[in-house]
Ligand binder design. Sequence first.
Ligand SMILES: Cc1cc2nc3c(=O)[nH]c(=O)nc-3n(C[C@H](O)[C@H](O)[C@H](O)COP(=O)(O)O)c2cc1C
Length: 224
Amino acid sequence: MQPEVEAAIGSRRSIRGFTGQEVPRETVERILAVSSRSPSMTNTQPWRVHVLTGAARARLSAEILAAHEAGVESAIEYDYYPKTWKSPYIDRRRQIGWALYGLLGIGKGDRGATAKQAGRNYGFFGAPVGMIFTIDRELGLGSWLDIGMFLENIMVAARGCGLDTCAQAAFANYHAIIRRHLPIPDNELVVCGLALGYADDAEPANALVSPREPVENFTAFHDA
Ligand SMILES: Cc1cc2nc3c(=O)[nH]c(=O)nc-3n(C[C@H](O)[C@H](O)[C@H](O)COP(=O)(O)O)c2cc1C
């Protein structure tokens, strides 16, 4: 494998604290252009993305954060989470949650601090570029695979530019507010957001390295 490819994929992590350093628009466009090479069902290219910077990003963040602090939420429009959690997924979810809160010094059951950390999502964790992804609600489940590949390509291409990202389903909870800020037609639904910028090494949350199962735990080879 080419070392650059392995490094770009392998060094991608969710970053939850960014410096304010701007990302040139040409860089964002280049990342999106290469990411649009993602495969999709019969080349349908179902992804749509809104890129927010400057005052537009700040206005959206401020309104969602105010709603979050007031406890107002519009329900997510698709099933991101299972209706019932079971092992091993619930175990991995708990592990990463405790690891993150441990780094941030947030104790178990500290709802105030947990909500405050969750609220940092809505400022795109300080990233200068925020993205909102939408998809036509009439498309099938397969198209969600396609937009997932587009998202991953963006995250990997960002690494190739020395940038970091965090995908953010948290934004889907506030699609009603997002619709007031962005011209999203009724037939499109908000899939998620994404923060893009330069990682802040001083942010404790950025020390988080999430574990992975070894290949043999999720793979079956068949050769006879
Ligand atoms: C579609 C998607 C949505 C996510 N939404 C959030 C989010 O709203 N907030 C957040 O802090 N992390 C979010 N994450 C990051 C995951 O928690 C993270 O990918 C996982 O814990 C593995 O860690 P890693 O990305 O550092 O490898 C999301 C990831 C994906 C793929």
